[in-house]
Design a protein around this ligand. Structure first.
Ligand SMILES: Nc1ncnc2c1ncn2[C@@H]1O[C@H](COP(=O)(O)OP(=O)(O)OP(=O)(O)O)[C@@H](O)[C@H]1O
Ligand SMILES: [Mg+2]
Length: 401
C-alpha cells in the first residue's frame, strides 16, 4: 500500500476539477460578480498544493476551452531577473505558432513577417523578444495562436523584489487593459503566491501594478481529498474498512493541510514495519500534532535567537502585517517600549537588514521598501500565541547565571 502510494503519484493525485472550472469561468468573464477577468490573485500557504492545482487542474481546464496557457514560476531560478523570466516564457510560447509563419516567410526570402498587418517580427529573433515589449509579444501570441492567452505566474510576489520585475508587472497590467474588452477577454492573468501579505503589494496601493484587484485565498484541499485517500486505503486494505475520515481530516489540518507531510505520516502508519497494533488513524493524528509542535518550536527558537531590537521588529511586523512602517514614530516608540535601549531609525534599519540577511531570511523586502515576515506561517503561530496569552515567547531562565 505504502509503496503503491509512493510509486504512483497519479493514483494519489486528487483532481480539483470543480474549482478549476469555477475559476476558469471567472477568468473568462463568465461569472457576473467576479473581478477575475481583471486578474486572479491566489494566495495559499507553502506546500498546500498551489503549483499542482495551477498546472494539473487549471491549465488543462483552460486549454480544453481553447486558451493558450503560459505557465512560469518566478521562484524556479532565483538568480534570474523576474522580468527576464516573464519575457522568456512568453517568447517560448510564441515559438510554435510563429515558427510556422516564420519558416514560410524565410523560405520566401523575407526576414520580417507581418502579423495581422500591424506587428513586424524579426524572423531570426523569435523567442528572444528583442525590442518587442511584453504587450506586443502577448498580442502577437494571441494573434498567432488565434486564441485567448492565460499567463500563470507562480510565486508572483517575487517580481516585486526587483525594478525590472515591477516594470514587467506594470507591462502586464497595461497589456491586459489594451487587449481586453468587456465580454471579450483575450488575456487572462493568474498570479499565485504563498504569502498574502506580499501579494498584497501588487494590488493595494495607488502605485501598485494591479491596484483595485483582490487577493483571494486559494481553498485548501478539503474533505474530498481525504475521502479520495481513504478510498485508496480501503481498496487495498479490506481489514481497515471503514477508514475514519473525520480523524484523518483532523490530522491533515494538524499538518497545515500539506499533503506531502500527511501522506508521509500515513505511509509510515500503514507500513508493516510500524509498531502500530490497533487502528492507524490515531497514529497519523499524533504525527500531525508532533509536526505542529516541532514547527512552532522551530519558530520559537528562531525568535529567541534574535537580539531584543530584532525581536521587537519581528513582533511589530507580525502585529501590523501590511500596515507595517519600519521607522515611523509609532514604530520607534514600539521598539523603545520592547527593548532596554532606545533605538533610532538607523539602528532599526540595520536590524531589519540583518533579519533579511539571515539564512533562512526572517524578513522579506520589496523593491519599493515594503516589508513582511518571510514565512507567512509565523502569522498563524503569532495569532495562536496571542490568543493563548503566551506571546511573546520567553527564554527559559537558567538558574545558573
Ligand atoms: N491535488 C493533490 N493531490 C495529491 N497531492 C497533492 C495535490 N496537490 C498537491 N499535492 C502534493 O502536495 C505537495 C505540495 O504541492 P505543490 O508543490 O503543488 O504546493 P505549493 O503550494 O505550490 O508549494 P510551494 O509553496 O513549495 O510552492 C506535493 O508533494 C504534491 O504532490
Ligand atoms: Mg509552488
Amino acid at each position: 500500500m505504502v509503496s503503491c502510494i509512493e510509486e504512483n503519484k497519479n493514483m494519489v493525485f486528487y483532481p480539483r476539477a470543480e474549482l478549476a472550472s469555477q475559476l476558469a469561468d471567472a477568468l473568462l468573464g463568465k461569472s457576473v460578480f467576479s473581478d477575475a477577468h481583471n486578474g486572479l490573485f491566489l494566495a495559499a500557504p507553502r506546500r498546500t498544493g498551489k503549483t499542482t492545482f495551477l498546472q494539473a487542474d487549471l491549465k488543462p481546464n483552460l486549454e480544453h476551452r481553447g486558451v493558450v496557457v503560459v505557465y512560469l514560476d518566478l521562484w524556479a531560478d532565483q538568480r534570474r531577473d523576474p522580468g527576464d523570466l516573464i519575457a522568456e516564457a512568453i517568447g517560448r510560447a510564441l515559438q510554435p505558432p510563429l515558427g510556422l509563419i516564420a519558416r514560410t516567410a524565410r523560405k520566401a526570402g523575407l526576414d520580417k513577417v507581418s502579423l495581422a498587418g500591424w506587428l513586424n517580427i524579426d524572423t531570426s529573433k523569435i523567442g528572444k523578444l528583442d525590442g518587442a515589449t511584453l504587450p506586443d509579444a502577448l498580442r502577437a501570441l494571441i494573434e498567432a495562436a488565434q486564441s485567448p492567452v492565460a499567463l500563470i505566474v507562480d510565486e508572483a510576489q517575487h517580481a516585486l523584489t526587483s525594478e525590472a520585475g515591477e516594470t514587467a508587472m506594470a507591462a502586464l497590467k497595461s497589456a491586459r487593459d489594451q487587449l481586453n474588452r468587456p465580454g471579450d477577454v483575450k488575456l487572462m492573468l493568474i498570479m499565485s503566491g504563498s504569502d498574502r501579505d506580499k501579494l498584497l503589494r501588487l494590488v493595494n496601493t495607488g502605485g501598485a501594478p494591479f491596484y483595485g484587484s483582490q487577493i483571494q485565498r486559494m481553498p485548501e484541499l478539503d474533505a474530498g481529498f481525504i475521502a479520495h485517500i481513504a478510498g485508496l486505503v480501503e481498496k487495498q486494505r479490506l481489514d481497515l474498512v471503514p477508514v475514519d475520515q473525520k480523524l484523518l481530516h483532523e490530522a491533515f489540518q494538524k499538518f497545515g493541510c500539506r499533503p506531502q507531510f500527511f501522506m508521509d505520516a500515513l505511509g509510515r502508519s500503514l507500513s508493516p514495519l510500524s509498531a502500530i497494533s490497533g487502528r492507524f488513524e490515531p497514529a497519523v493524528l499524533q504525527a500531525g500534532q508532533a509536526q505542529q509542535q516541532a514547527d512552532e518550536a522551530q519558530m520559537e527558537s528562531d525568535y529567541l535567537s534574535l537580539n531584543p531590537l530584532e525581536q521587537a521588529i519581528v513582533w511589530r511586523l507580525l502585529e501590523q502585517g501590511s500596515r507595517f512602517r519600519p521607522y515611523d514614530a509609532e514604530a520607534l516608540r514600539f521598539y523603545h517600549d520592547k527593548t532596554p535601549k532606545k533605538a533610532n531609525a538607523q539602528q532599526a534599519q540595520s536590524a531589519l537588514e540583518s533579519l533579511r540577511q539571515r539564512t533562512p531570511a526572517l524578513v522579506w523586502k520589496s523593491a519599493r521598501g515594503e516589508y513582511a515576515v518571510d514565512d507567512a506561517a509565523m502569522h498563524r503561530w503569532y495569532e495562536r500565541r496571542v490568543q493563548a496569552g503566551t506571546w511573546p515567547p520567553q527564554a527559559l531562565q537558567h538558574e545558573l547565571r
